[in-house]
Write a protein that binds this ligand. Structure first.
Ligand code: ATP
Ligand code: MG
Length: 544
């Protein structure tokens, strides 16, 4: 799966072939294979605000995950069972992941930020049998546990309670030897619910091959990782495809240490402190978080950074943020693209000259990506259509959990529809236009919010922006912008007029926001993405 270096991106695409072994197992490749050769090699480092950072080696990860697999087997957990992980970034989370993969069971990563309703929905829908969590998660579970009959076992890494098993007590005193069960590329390994940005979340079930499928994109987005001293960190929760599959698992597979950090609201100063103190060389930072980093003045002078690559995905990065990262951090960020169902299929690769502000990037070696029309026909360069990925593809999901209809609807012929609109230029760069349902229809025009938001962010007063279509009797919809201001600016009519003109002068006339509303924050998913749907619903409610 590793890329063999080539001079050009095109040569990489031309020469690349998937070679995924028939007995592929995520637990083996991220832990035991390394432990067999380099047991002392560090695989994880935990950032602690008090400066006492702890490390873990591949040898420890391998034996502790085997011990946990043995203990879970004794509890009756078998291949195919869903084991929920309601955990922050910490060593135990990784131990549990690896144990479950070795057993042929299925991990169900859940974000600690989920409220009770969100948790109950996912645990019930997945029919999770076991949950591994911490004292914070135990609190959340209290109210819902009785309504989840399938959930038989609760394991906690700290804190205790009635019928709660201690994580450490499960692995202590065991041999640390476990025979990895037989798994192949298509054996179910993990299930991640989509972010729920546009509708009710669906469980995307993946086979072990999903990790192999991420490797080429991961290597390119980090400028030929692994290189000596590489070390990765992400502020993204490991419960998302972003944190888990764009950072944690591929890095462990390639022998690159991963820095973990305590869960908290994204704090730009803390982010720089973590990267400086832990000597982070590679970072996966989603666009909204990158924009928030702007709050730190002259970061390269304030912090001793050794960062060499930044990958960013999950939302549109946009030209403005791209340029800011280049200027402020001295790194060309590599934007990439994917979704929980089929991740990391487009990417930039700055070291190979594939990088263009305002464009996501090109189809990663090993993946076929096209812009298609409603009938599934490939569209030529310049035309806007749906971004689609051709099957088979190792990063492509096995299907939605318990929802064959939704799975079927996701395809047209051999194309998997992403629900995102984009266009390709003559060189093969894909530009993001907007999610299908975020596209604004105004006076007969189809307007994508991404470009307008990007333009707004270029205004010195704007920190974050979200653009929606507000229902309008005359024009169907009008463009409305919600704007969070930078510190030091006050919300007033002159500023909103100035911001409207800013867009009017830079984009086409029909794209400028007729309304600008200043807000103190935007509704974000727990993975940090703007939920435009909620802003739209608010406007509809106000109008009726
Ligand atoms: P749901 O499917 O539940 O509505 P979601 O689509 O946000 O939620 P994810 O699978 O986490 O859940 O996110 C994938 C989506 O994120 C993509 O379909 C796309 O809309 C957006 N996205 C990812 N990368 C990029 C990017 N580089 N540029 C623009 N959008 C991106
Ligand atoms: Mg989606």
């Amino acid at each position: 799966m590793l890329l063999e270096p080539r001079e050009t991106f095109e040569a990489l695409r031309r020469d690349f072939r998937w070679k995924i072994p028939n007995d592929f197992n995520i637990g083996r490749v991220v832990a035991d294979d390394w432990a067999a050769r380099h047991p002392e090699r560090v695989c994880l480092q935990h950032f602690s605000p008090d400066g006492r950072h702890l490390s873990m080696t591949y040898g420890e990860l391998s034996s502790q995950s085997s011990a946990l697999a043995e203990a879970l087997t004794e509890l009756g957990v078998i291949r195919g069972d869903r084991v929920a992980l309601l955990m922050p970034q910490c060593f135990e989370t990784v131990i549990a992941h690896v144990a479950i993969y070795k057993m042929g069971a299925i991990t169900l990563p859940l974000a600690l930020l989920f409220g009770e309703e969100a948790l109950e929905y996912r645990l019930r829908d997945a029919g999770a049998r076991v949950i591994v969590t911490n004292s914070f998660g135990l609190q959340r579970l209290k109210a819902i546990k009785a309504r989840l009959p399938a959930l038989q076992t609760v394991i906690s890494v700290d804190g205790s309670g009635p019928n709660v098993i201690g994580f450490r007590s499960m692995i202590e005193g065991r041999s640390g030897l476990f025979d990895i069960v037989d798994t192949g590329p298509d054996t179910p390994a993990l299930m991640i619910y989509t972010s729920g940005t546009t509708g009710p979340p669906k469980g995307a079930l993946h086979g072990h091959r999903v990790l192999a499928g991420h490797i080429p994109g991961f290597q390119l987005a980090h400028d030929y990782l692994p290189q000596p001293d590489d070390k990765i960190w992400t502020p993204s929760d490991w419960a998302w495809a972003g944190g888990l599959l764009n950072a944690l698992l591929p890095a462990l597979m390639l022998g690159v240490p991963v820095v973990s950090s305590p869960a908290q609201k994204f704090d730009p100063h803390m982010a720089f402190r973590i990267m400086a103190e832990m000597k982070v060389r590679n970072a996966f930072i989603p666009p909204t978080a990158l924009r928030l980093l702007k709050a730190v003045d002259k970061p390269r002078e304030a912090y001793d950074l050794v960062l060499r690559s930044i990958g960013s995905a999950g939302e549109s990065l946009g030209r403005e943020t791209y340029e800011w990262v280049k200027a402020a951090l001295g790194i060309v960020p590599n934007e990439f693209y994917g979704q929980t169902e089929c991740n990391f299929v487009l990417s930039s690769a700055a070291h190979l000259g594939v990088s263009k502000g305002g464009f996501i990037g090109k189809a990663v070696p090993g993946h076929e990506v096209a812009i298609i029309d409603a009938e599934g026909r490939e569209l030529p360069a310049g035309q806007t259509g749906q971004v689609a990925i051709k099957r088979p593809d190792p990063v492509m999901f096995l299907g939605y959990w318990n929802n064959p209809k939704a799975t079927e609807d996701k395809f047209i012929g051999d194309w998997m529809k992403t629900g995102d609109l984009g266009r390709q230029d003559e060189e093969g760069y894909v530009q993001f236009f907007g999610r299908d349902d975020d596209v604004i229809t105004s006076s007969g025009y189809r307007i994508g919010p991404a470009e307008i938001e990007d333009c707004l962010i270029g205004h010195p007063a704007v920190r974050l922006a979200a653009v929606i279509g507000k229902p309008d009797a005359l024009r169907t919809e009008i463009v409305k912008a919600f704007v969070v201001l930078q510190d030091g600016y006050t919300a007033q009519a002159v500023l909103s007029a100035e911001i409207r003109d800013w867009v009017k002068n830079r984009l086409s006339m029909h794209e400028y926001p007729r309304e600008v509303e200043f807000v103190t924050e935007l509704p974000l998913t727990t993975s940090g993405k703007v939920i435009r749907r909620l802003l739209r619903d608010q406007e509809i409610a106000k109008a009726s």
